[in-house]
Design a protein around this ligand. Structure first.
Ligand SMILES: C[S@@+](CC[C@H](N)C(=O)[O-])C[C@H]1O[C@@H](n2cnc3c(N)ncnc32)[C@H](O)[C@@H]1O
Length: 423
C-alpha cells in the first residue's frame, strides 16, 4: 500500500502529464468520460452546473454542452489551466477541495463529481465531501457521482472497498438516489436534493406560451399532484374525453391487444401518459417519440415519477427523421392525434414536400409496426379526418377498424390496421 495518499504533485506528474502528453491517452480518457455520462440520468438544466474534481481537461464541459453557467472546482484548477491550457472557454475556474467547496449553500442546479472522492485521504474526508456536495446543490438539483470500486489502495487512491463499503459510500450523501448502477467495478449514482414539492416541480414545467397552454395531457400523480392547462379549466381539462386517460379509455383501450409481454411505440407521445399506461398494462419494451423539446422534458419528468423502473426509451426526434433502426420491430404502435402533425408545423403549416415525407414515414412505420392504432380528429388539418387518413394508410395497412367516436366535446376517429409489410 505505498503512496496511497493523494498529493497535488502526484496528480500532475503521475497522472495528467501522462494523459495530456499522449494523444491516445487523451482520447481514451475522453471516451471513458463519455461512457460515464451514459450511466447517469441527466436533467438538462439552466443555472449553475459545477464539475467538482474536474481534472485538467475541463471535466464534463470538455465533452458535453450545458445551457447553464459552467464552473470547475478542483484543488489544481488554476494550475491545470496554466500548465496545460485545456479548460474550455466559458468555464469558470475555481480552486477548491471537495471537502470545502467555495460556493454558497443551495447554489448549483447540477454537480458532477466523477472519479474524485476515491482520492479522499480518509473516510472522514469522504463523508465531509459528501456533505459539501449536497450543501451546494439547490433543492431539486442533481448530483452525478461516480467512484471506482477498487479492492485495494493504489497511488493516490485511499478510498477503496477495504476502507468503505459501497452501502456506506452511498449512505454518506444526504440526498435521494434517483438512479444507481454498480457495474464493471464502478458505482454511478444520480442523486437529488429533496425539498421542492412535486406540485411545484410540475408547475415549473408549464409554460403557457407553449402551444398546448402549460400541459396538454391531464396527469394525476400518486401524491395528489396534477398537471394543469392554462387554457382550460380543470373541469374541462380533466373532464375531456379527447385527452389523457379518458381518451385512452374511450377511444384506444378497446382496440389494443393485451399488452402483456408486448412491445409498444407511441409517436408524438407528448408528456408520456400513454407510455406509462402501456407499462401498467404489461408492455415490456416501450418507446416514445417526441420532437418537441418542451414536451420531451415533461415526458422525462412524468416517466421518472410515474414509472421510474419502466423499460421506456424516449427518442427525441421528428417522426419524419426517425432512425427506425433504433426502433426495430414493434407489436403495437399508437399515433393519438399525432399523424396529422407529421410533416406539419404550427408556425409554417404543411412542409412543401409533405406527401413525400409522409410516404417515407409510413414505409418506416409499416416495416416496424405489426398493429397500428391511429386516432384522428374530425376537423382542421389534412390527414386528421377519417376519409383522408383511411386513404393515406390503406396502401400500407390492412384496415380492421375505421370508425367515428363521439366524445363529449368533440368527435374523434379511430383507425386500426395490420401491417402489409410485416408477416
Ligand atoms: C395533439 S398531441 C397528442 C399527444 C398524445 N399522443 C395524446 O394523444 O395525448 C401531438 C403530439 O405530437 C408531437 N409531434 C408533432 N409532430 C411530431 C413529429 N413530426 N414527430 C414527433 N412528434 C410530433 C407534438 O409535439 C405533441 O406532443
Amino acid at each position: 500500500m505505498k503512496h496511497a495518499t493523494w498529493t497535488p504533485e502526484w496528480e500532475v506528474t503521475l497522472y495528467w502529464d501522462l494523459v495530456i502528453g499522449s494523444e491516445s491517452e487523451t482520447a481514451f480518457y475522453l471516451t471513458q468520460l463519455r461512457a460515464d455520462l451514459k450511466h447517469f440520468d441527466i436533467h438538462d438544466v439552466d443555472g449553475l452546473v459545477v464539475d467538482v474534481g474536474s481534472g485538467a481537461l475541463g471535466g464534463v464541459f470538455g465533452i458535453r454542452e450545458f445551457r447553464g453557467e459552467k464552473m470547475i472546482v478542483d484543488p489544481l484548477a488554476t494550475e491545470f489551466g496554466r500548465r496545460y491550457g485545456k479548460i474550455p472557454e466559458g468555464v469558470k475556474v475555481m480552486d477548491g477541495y471537495c471537502q470545502d467547496i467555495p460556493l454558497n449553500n443551495d447554489s448549483a442546479t447540477a454537480v458532477f463529481c466523477i472519479e474524485a472522492l476515491d482520492h479522499c485521504n480518509s473516510v472522514d474526508e469522504y463523508r465531509q465531501s459528501a456533505d459539501e456536495l449536497a450543501r451546494v446543490l439547490q433543492p431539486g438539483g442533481r448530483l452525478y457521482f461516480m467512484i471506482p470500486l477498487r479492492g485495494a489502495s493504489r497511488d493516490g487512491h485511499y478510498l477503496t472497498l477495504e476502507t468503505m463499503s459501497v452501502e456506506d459510500m452511498e449512505a454518506a450523501f444526504p440526498l435521494t438516489v434517483v438512479k444507481r448502477e454498480v457495474s464493471n467495478g464502478h458505482l454511478w449514482l444520480t442523486m437529488e436534493k429533496p425539498g421542492i414539492p412535486l406540485q411545484q416541480r410540475i408547475d415549473a414545467l408549464s409554460d403557457d406560451r407553449q402551444w398546448a397552454g402549460g400541459w396538454y395531457q391531464p396527469i394525476d400523480f400518486p401524491d395528489g399532484s396534477r398537471t394543469h392547462s392554462t387554457k382550460l379549466s380543470d373541469a374541462q381539462f380533466y373532464g375531456s374525453e379527447c385527452r389523457g386517460i379518458r381518451k385512452w379509455r374511450k377511444a384506444i383501450a378497446q382496440h389494443l391487444p393485451n399488452l402483456r409481454g408486448k412491445s409498444f411505440l407511441e409517436i408524438g407521445c407528448n408528456a408520456g401518459l400513454y407510455l406509462s399506461q402501456a407499462w401498467r398494462e404489461g408492455a415490456v419494451a416501450i418507446i416514445g417519440v417526441e420532437n418537441h423539446p418542451y414536451f420531451a422534458r415533461q415526458c422525462r419528468f412524468v416517466l421518472e415519477h410515474l414509472c421510474p423502473c419502466a423499460p421506456v426509451t424516449l427518442i427525441e426526434q421528428d417522426a419524419t427523421e426517425l432512425d427506425w433502426s433504433l426502433v426495430g420491430e414493434v407489436d403495437v404502435v399508437l399515433l393519438a392525434n399525432a399523424l396529422y402533425w407529421v410533416g406539419y408545423t404550427d408556425e409554417h403549416g404543411a412542409y412543401p414536400d409533405r406527401d413525400r415525407l409522409m410516404q417515407t414515414f409510413l414505409s418506416g412505420l409499416a416495416h416496424a409496426a405489426q398493429t397500428v392504432i391511429v386516432v384522428g380528429a374530425e376537423e382542421g388539418k389534412q390527414y386528421a379526418d377519417l376519409a383522408s387518413t383511411t386513404a393515406l394508410l390503406a396502401p400500407w395497412f390492412d384496415l380492421r377498424t375505421a370508425e367515428i367516436v363521439r366524445v363529449n366535446d368533440r368527435v374523434l376517429n379511430v383507425i386500426v390496421g395490420e401491417s402489409r409489410c410485416r408477416k
